[in-house]
Design a binder for this molecule. Structure first.
Ligand SMILES: [Zn+2]
Ligand SMILES: [Zn+2]
Length: 251
């Protein structure tokens, strides 16, 4: 299973796209987890060596624009895609589309499966599970398994038991961490208000979960990636990375 991180930044991060992960494996349909923040998705998919028509299945973890914003771009591409999201996320997508391209006709082949926490679905050859995590709006963390390997993705979430369960024994845990405590207590408090973990909290969850490796993303404009990595390695003994956009992991 290969995971290409299309975007590693928080909404205002300079030089980073916002959250999107492309998961591929032999014999499986490419699976997109979150859609970056808008039309940047189209450019990031191509920069990663794929084409938009390669996509079949899209999971949107929550309605925030830095995760859902690429959905209109995908609809404009007239592709037969399945957009998986919770009831709240689907309502958010309805509002986004109504506000932006209300005249765009329904596309044949587009489906909008509603997903809920606790479900396990087969999606394009992957086994995908969803966990209700703690964020400002209803949000699902995602666990993807294939060929005996597992990827866990936090979406956006404060530390919580559901996110640890999502990451349990995962080979790779991709966790949002908007900054490190050493970026400044004011920023750490800002992270808590925004309901994101900081680096040491992501590391603690990875340790509790027994994850094999940790990648920290959703980097804030006020964060130093070196601080994030340095803080995480103090709390997690496995490999820690703070990737740039288009980083690729083999799980
Ligand atoms: Zn969010
Ligand atoms: Zn976000």
């Amino acid at each position: 299973m290969d995971v290409t991180i299309l975007g590693t930044g928080a909404p205002l991060a300079p030089g980073r796209a916002t959250t999107g992960l492309l998961v591929t494996a032999p014999g499986c349909e490419p699976l997109l987890l979150d859609t970056c923040g808008g039309f940047e998705l189209a450019r990031r998919v191509v920069a990663a060596g794929f084409a938009l028509p390669d996509l079949r299945n899209v999971v949107v973890t929550h309605r925030h624009l830095d995760h859902s914003g690429g959905v209109p771009a995908l609809l404009l591409a007239n592709l037969p895609l399945a957009f998986y999201g919770s009831e709240d996320t689907q309502a958010g997508l309805d509002g986004l589309l109504a506000a932006t391209y209300p005249e765009w006709p329904p596309q044949s082949g587009v489906t909008r499966p509603v997903i809920a926490a606790g479900e396990r679905r087969g999606i394009g050859g992957f086994a995908v599970e969803f966990f209700a995590v703690e964020h400002r709006v209803p949000t699902l963390a995602v666990r993807v398994s294939h060929g005996g390997k597992t990827l866990a993705f936090s979406a956006d979430s404060l530390p919580c038991p559901a996110l640890v369960a999502c990451a349990r024994d995962a080979d790779l845990f991709i966790c949002d961490a908007i900054c490190a405590a050493r970026d400044g207590e004011g920023w750490a408090e800002h992270a808590r208000r925004l309901m994101h973990p900081i680096a040491r909290e992501g590391a603690a969850m990875a340790t509790t979960a027994g994850a094999g490796a940790l990648a920290l993303v959703h980097i804030g404009r006020f964060a130093d990636p070196d601080n994030i990595r340095a803080e995480a390695v103090e709390g997690f003994s496995g490999p820690v990375t703070v990737p740039d956009d288009l980083a690729r992991y083999t799980v």
